[in-house]
Design a protein around this ligand. Structure first.
Ligand code: NAD
Length: 524
């Protein structure tokens, strides 16, 4: 590293075309231009990142071990104040962070604004918990004696993030980890390295001790090195089921000892949204769109299998297609430059990913689904075809449960419409998937909503809306969608461990709890 680097958080991200993206270790910026990162909307190089290897990880772990001891020795009020101040610093630099997120991820600016606001909420929520009973332990009265149960941090936690919600993932993981006294090493996706660095700088500016939040850049190999490192006590992973499964194998040890590392996995999904015949259809159409088209369809919890009751199936399609026409055909600004306020859908993250989504659309047609809307490449006005990869969302009707597009996670804007007749039938079909991330229902019947929400196998469920995940409620999957939770009080459980301490309070010379006769030489 030869040049002095400006803090990313203070760079005018609206104007900037190129950023310095570094490793952030021990509050030091370490720049190496190993891997190019592209702006998805223009396909121009946005930054370069280091490809972190063993030595980088070693440095980050050493710095985290030192930082964590100091951080945990602070009072919980001090931890609250520093985290709260971090939220304020993020708020002050809101525009810069929003523009960096848009340029990094390709998502439209209206969504990036929501994500950055939710990230600030997240840091402030966990700041608020830092000095409450959610993080402290328990006292148990034993008559003359007593016990207490300490909730202790795990120590050094490594978190691995994805490209669809870069800052939100970093705050969902650092919020509970830091509030409960851990140090964190965050590895963002190599496709979206910028905003977790801005978060790191905000933490430092707010007074977080050196070494408590480190960012190491890199891809699969860097992630794998973190998972193997013996001094890292917990891995919090967000990503695909395939990578999750590789990580389980990676940390499973040598067969002699139970591995000491804890793991939470936030993986993919193929979630159902069920529209019953009594649902107001305008609301159901908007819900289905929210369940499918956020972040170019690359949202893990999306309700991509939309089951619509036979009695309203045709009308639902009519209204849905009309709404899509209004948003994206009559309105040429609907898809395009993600930095514009008028854009509803931005750029697909990479050309490979756009090809993958298009290949699923072809597969859907081959297998007999009927493409009723979109499903083609778009060349938005003002951006030449060489730039970015923009896709018109695809809607398929006449889908059947066994079609590839209805079984596999596509992670793009491909909505599958499936017809159903009976409540029992649709519950069985909705649950007939490897995944279990989320689910939803549209209905006016509150009893039905309760019955279906308890019958669907998933971690989160929405009634008459979709993809609503405020920080106060836990978010996580079951079945093949992983285990553990982000957000809510429940997330604290995944970043802490319990220690029970029994105290004989009577007298050290004559302890009342020493009931064993052997100690006095007496054999009963
Ligand atoms: P991915 O699994 O390819 O990569 C995720 C992260 O893991 C990246 O940082 C990557 O560098 C790292 N990685 C890759 N191989 C690794 C290995 N062997 N060991 C350790 N780390 C490794 O996923 P992606 O394509 O970036 O993201 C898309 C997937 O993420 C989708 O399946 C989506 O559903 C899922 N996702 C889940 C949630 C959730 O909260 N449940 C949220 C967002 C995305």
């Amino acid at each position: 590293m030869s040049k002095t680097l400006t803090s990313l958080i203070h760079v005018n991200a609206k104007k900037a075309l190129y950023f310095d993206a570094y490793n952030y270790i021990n509050d030091q910026k370490i720049l190496r231009n190993d891997i190019p990162v592209y702006n998805p909307a223009t396909h121009e190089i946005l930054c370069h990142i280091p490809d972190s290897k063993e030595d980088d990880i070693k440095l980050a772990v050493e710095s985290a071990i030192k930082g964590q001891k100091f951080w945990f020795s602070k009072s919980c009020d001090e931890r609250r104040d520093i985290m709260y101040k971090t939220g304020d610093i993020l708020q002050t630099n809101y525009d810069n962070i929003v523009y960096a997120e848009v340029k990094d991820s390709g998502k439209p600016i209206w969504e990036a604004k929501m994500d950055v606001t939710a990230s600030i909420d997240c840091i402030k929520y966990f700041a608020g918990l830092a000095n409450t009973n959610a993080i402290t332990g328990q006292y148990i009265n034993m008559g003359e004696n007593y016990a207490f149960v300490r909730r202790e941090p795990i120590g050094v936690v490594a978190a691995i993030g994805v490209w669809n919600f870069p800052l939100l993932t970093a705050t969902w993981k650092s919020g509970p980890a830091l509030a409960s006294g851990n140090a964190l090493i965050f590895k963002p996706s190599p496709l979206t390295p910028l905003t977790s660095l801005m978060l790191a700088e905000a933490f430092t500016e707010a007074g977080l001790p050196t070494g408590c939040f480190n960012v190491v850049q890199g891809g699969a190999q860097t992630g794998s090195l973190l998972c193997k490192h013996p001094s890292i006590g917990k891995i919090s992973f967000t990503g695909s089921a395939t990578t999750g499964s590789a990580i389980v194998k990676n940390i499973s040890g040598d067969g002699l000892f139970v591995p000491a590392k804890r793991l939470t996995l936030e993986l993919g999904g193929k979630s159902p949204l069920i529209v019953f015949g009594d649902a107001p259809l305008e609301m159901a159409v908007k819900t289905a769109m929210m369940a499918n088209f956020l972040t170019q369809g690359a949202t893990c919890s999306n309700g991509t299998r939309v089951f619509v009751h036979d009695s309203v199936y045709n009308r639902f399609i009519e209204l849905l297609v009309a709404k899509m026409n209004q948003n994206f055909i009559s309105n040429p600004q609907g898809i395009g430059d993600p930095t514009l306020d008028t854009t509803l859908i931005g750029a697909t993250i990479t050309s490979e990913h756009a090809k993958k989504v298009m290949s699923y659309i072809e597969k859907g047609k081959e297998e007999g689904a009927k493409l009723v809307f979109g499903g083609y490449r778009v060349h938005p006005p003002g951006l030449t075809s060489k730039n970015g990869h923009f896709l018109m969302p695809a809607i398929f009707s006449e889908c059947t449960d066994d079609m590839t597009i209805c079984k596999e996670e596509i992670f793009g804007s491909v909505m599958c419409l499936l017809k159903f007749k009976e409540e029992g039938e649709v519950i069985e079909r909705a649950n007939n998937t490897y995944f279990g991330l989320s689910g939803g229902i549209c209905t006016k019947d509150i009893s039905l909503a309760h019955r279906v929400s308890s019958a669907i196998q998933c971690g989160t469920f929405n009634v008459n809306t979709f993809n609503m995940y405020p920080v106060q409620i836990p978010f996580g999957g079951i079945k093949g969608s992983g285990y553990g939770h982000e957000c809510g009080l429940q997330s604290i459980e995944h970043y802490t461990q319990w220690k029970s301490v029994y105290v004989d309070a009577t007298s050290a010379d004559n302890p009342s709890s020493m009931f064993c006769p052997y100690f006095d030489g007496l054999i009963p």
